[in-house]
Design a protein around this ligand. Structure first.
Ligand code: PLP
Length: 435
């Protein structure tokens, strides 16, 4: 057992170095990074432009404290993000992770209503198939049962609206108008005067395996929030920064949330960084500052991480990476559908958008979801890793049966072919568990 705490029964391989879409372990084995780690690596590994930016910034300024100095990379990054975000988003604040971004989104929503003299609006409405982070506030908003685990009695109550359909037919199976009624009922039964905000992942990641709503769903949520006078928070920690083929998933519906959270792909994982993006209305109200501001961590706006994110954003723009997401996303989807046809009963329909795709795993012998004791998602991810492919195990108990495929946004034809070939071999091997 190593000193590095890890609760897995078998030791993990040790990652040694990485190039492009591949990670190499200390034994020299290569793994195609088919999920960009945890839907994080957007540019691929060891991109010279990012490494050079990190090096240049580290020689100039690694740390300055946010209440004492502004720093140039943070100032420039905020400008970049605001210019890419939906119209109406006017400010950015930096944190260190997606969880911290969720926490700040909660605190600032409550702060907003306090400044508007409505201090009873403190509840945040979420949905039960969801994940917004491991810190206690973020976990309170998350319906990820396994991660809520033993802390359920310590968390704030999760007020839930309807979850996206997990039905194999995909996004079309979610009835937008039925969900509009369900969200409205959820708000009315609590009382809109107590609800500060509604938070959703535009595409549900870890808890669902790329559960995707039909188009118009974000617009419907925006309208519901406007009708009831509550804030709309889009958790774009996974979907933001180009993952779905637009800068933000909300762009597909032409919708501006009041608050957008981003992390993961923001720095492509080269350094830790999260951000909360705000609409002008919020900033204006919070700027009254009649109560202590909810902002700030020691490392907020860290110049090194900001410089990393700037290099990532500039690369995404200058190499037209978002166009690649749409083209390669279609190619990957078609390839996955062909693989599904080769594994009837084992692999469910492919869902998702851009290069954020997912599917469910089924028991091909007995039918339906695999027995919970199998822990299908983890076992399948381990099987893929043995075949040299990294995928992300998703879904929540009891079924735990989803997988996410989310390779770097820069992936090319040849690497998609390798990904599909290794996935096919992994499914073949995984199917033997059921015979
Ligand atoms: N929000 C979403 C949608 C996520 O998927 C995650 C992490 O997977 C988080 C928030 C939390 O981010 P982090 O792990 O960086 O704290």
């Amino acid at each position: 057992m190593t000193a590095l705490l890890n609760f897995r029964s078998t030791p993990l391989p040790t990652a040694d170095y990485a190039r492009g879409c591949y990670i190499y372990d200390t034994q020299g084995k290569s793994y195609l990074d088919g999920s960009g780690g945890a839907m994080t690596v957007s540019l691929g590994h060891a991109v010279p432009e990012v490494i050079e930016a990190i090096q240049a910034q580290s020689e100039r300024l690694c740390f300055s404290y946010r209440t004492q100095f502004a720093n140039t990379p943070a100032l420039e990054l905020a400008e970049e993000l605001v210019s890419l975000a939906p119209v109406g988003i006017s400010h950015a604040f930096f944190v260190n992770s997606g969880s911290e971004a969720s926490e700040l989104a909660i605190r600032s929503s409550i702060q907003y209503w306090r400044e508007r003299e409505q201090p009873d609006k403190t509840l945040i409405l979420g949905r039960d198939i969801s994940y917004h982070g491991m810190t206690m506030g973020a976990l309170s908003l998350s319906g990820h049962t396994a991660r809520r685990g033993d802390y359920a009695n310590l968390l704030h109550p999760l007020a839930v609206g309807p979850s996206l359909s997990r039905v194999a037919e995909g996004p079309e199976a979610t009835d937008v108008e039925a969900d509009r009624r369900a969200w409205s009922q959820a708000i009315e039964s609590i009382g809109a005067e107590k609800v500060a905000a509604l938070i959703i992942e535009p595409i549900v990641g870890a808890a669902g395996g790329a559960l995707t709503p039909p188009s118009g769903y974000m617009r419907m949520l925006r309208e519901v929030c406007d009708v009831y006078g509550i804030l709309f928070i889009a958790d774009e920690v996974i979907t933001g920064m180009g993952r779905t083929g637009r800068w933000f998933a909300c762009d597909h519906d032409g919708v501006t949330p009041d608050v957008i959270t981003v992390a993961k792909g923001l720095t492509s994982g080269y350094t830790p960084l999260g951000a909360v993006l705000y609409s002008d209305t919020l900033v204006e109200a919070m700027s009254k500052g009649s109560r202590s501001a909810p902002f700030g961590h020691t490392f907020s706006g860290n110049p090194l991480s900001a410089a990393t994110a700037l290099a990532v954003v500039r690369y995404l723009k200058s190499h037209d990476v978002l166009d690649n997401v749409s083209a390669r996303g279609n190619q990957l989807r078609e390839g996955l559908q062909q693989i599904q046809a080769r594994h009837p009963g084992l692999m469910g329909n492919v869902r998702g958008r851009g290069l954020l795709l997912g599917f469910d795993l089924f028991d091909p012998v007995r039918g339906g979801t695999p027995t919970p004791s199998l822990n299908a998602n983890t076992v399948f991810a381990d099987t893929c890793q043995a075949e040299g492919l990294i995928i992300y195990p998703a879904g929540i108990a009891p079924a735990n049966n989803a997988a996410i495929i989310s390779p770097p946004l820069t992936i090319g034809d040849a690497d998609i072919a390798v990904l599909l070939q290794r996935l096919d071999a992994s499914l073949q091997r995984f199917s033997l568990l059921f015979s």
